[in-house]
Design a protein around this ligand. Structure first.
Ligand SMILES: Nc1nc2c(c(=O)[nH]1)N=C([C@H](O)[C@H](O)COP(=O)(O)OP(=O)(O)OP(=O)(O)O)CN2
Length: 164
């Protein structure tokens, strides 16, 4: 009978980070001021170890995670799916309409994300989905992945995926 043992590989590197601006929205009328974080990302992947003594090449995983972080780096992150925020594009600008405010940004400085709020618990599943889209899960026998996002030391949100 084949060995069913799963081995978890954890990747946690200082360079897996992105520096981004955001504001959390609490209600239709309450939001944080625009501010920034050095967001940190980490990941663990559980898989069966193959006959070659490897679960998968973790260099590939690190490269993908780094690219996912770089894609969010040095931008103001705005939520496309917030029920309280409307986004308009006007002459090279993105205007975020919130309550009675019109908050303008240069298009080049912002990134619109398919999330309801720019919180760590929305960023974690977004990045996990993007990771899953890039990694060959079936080929490598990966059974479970967990991706964490932190907005500062000691505050993390984790999103998990398990194969059926
Ligand atoms: N459930 C969540 N709540 C909050 C989030 C979040 O992502 N998910 N984010 C924020 C703020 O944007 C910010 O990240 C937290 O600010 P705050 O804790 O006040 O400040 P620090 O990150 O600097 O933490 P210290 O403990 O003061 O070092 C708010 N809520």
């Amino acid at each position: 009978m084949a060995d069913q043992t799963l081995t978890r590989i954890e990747i946690s590197k200082d360079y897996l980070n992105f520096s981004a601006g955001h504001f959390t929205i609490f209600s239709a009328s309450e939001r944080e001021n625009l501010h920034g974080h050095n967001f940190q990302v980490r990941c663990s992947v559980s898989a069966h170890v193959g006959a070659d003594g490897m679960a998968f090449d973790y260099v590939v995983l690190k490269r993908i995670l780094r690219e996912l972080c770089d894609a969010l780096d040095e931008r103001v992150l705005l939520p496309e799916l917030s029920p309280h925020l409307r986004l308009e594009h006007q002459e090279g600008q993105v205007i975020a309409l919130f309550a009675d405010e019109r908050i303008g940004f240069l298009e080049r400085d912002v990134l619109l994300l398919p999330v309801r709020n720019v919180t760590i618990e929305e960023l974690a599943p977004l990045l996990l989905t993007r990771l899953r889209d890039r990694i060959e899960i079936a080929d490598r026998g990966i059974r479970c992945m967990e991706l964490g996002v932190s907005s500062g030391a000691g505050q993390w949100a984790y999103a998990c995926w398990e194969s059926d």
